[in-house]
Design a protein. Sequence first.
Length: 244
Amino acid sequence: MSGHSKWANIKRKKGANDAIRGKITTKIGREITIAVRMGGADPTGNMRLKLALSKAKSNNIPKDNIKRAIEKGLGNTESGTYEELMYEGYGPGGTAVMLDILTDNRNRTAADVRHLFSKFGGNLGQDGCVAWMFKKKAVFIVEKETFDDEDALMEIVLDAGAEDMKAEDEVFEITAEPDAFDDIEKALGEKGIETASAEVTMVPDTTVHLAGKDAEKMQNLIDALEENDDVQNVYSNYESDDEE
């Protein structure tokens, strides 16, 4: 998705300031806690925890933070009760937006998210209004400076169950059904190929190209949503050119 591909977003987050990185650390820690609470502390049999730990690794979350999050999930320390929700809405230019929410106060979160949509030219929608535009997929990002043999990589991941692989300027982006995540991760690991990102995410069937003011408003909306403490993940079908 050009300037707003997975890799563009990963680079942007890696270059984030300390305040934003602190929020990322908190959100990933919360996800680890919930994953442990629901499925135990062994990632082998807990895919949600495995994905959360993978995200922690790619974001360089300190081991002490991960340990504390696991302890909270096991009930060894005090922690709040969180509710999981999915919000859907529309951004500028008719773009579709989906949000993963973890909140201890759904009324506060709904009001905050509704305000942000309105502020940046969008609106919060009803359940199901845009979910049909997305599919859950496993997505792996491999930097070319780490492994640059496109043909070899394609053979490895296709044999492991990947659906597609595309080359961008700096990376290869691999997509697959969520069930293939373990096999692809194992195949890459056996070949010593490191990933910049490995996750199960929501991928849009089609994208909406924005430019000018609409692109600016949309990026501001995404940034504001990601900065909200209760928003775990933001998914959108928006794309723009690099210069935007």
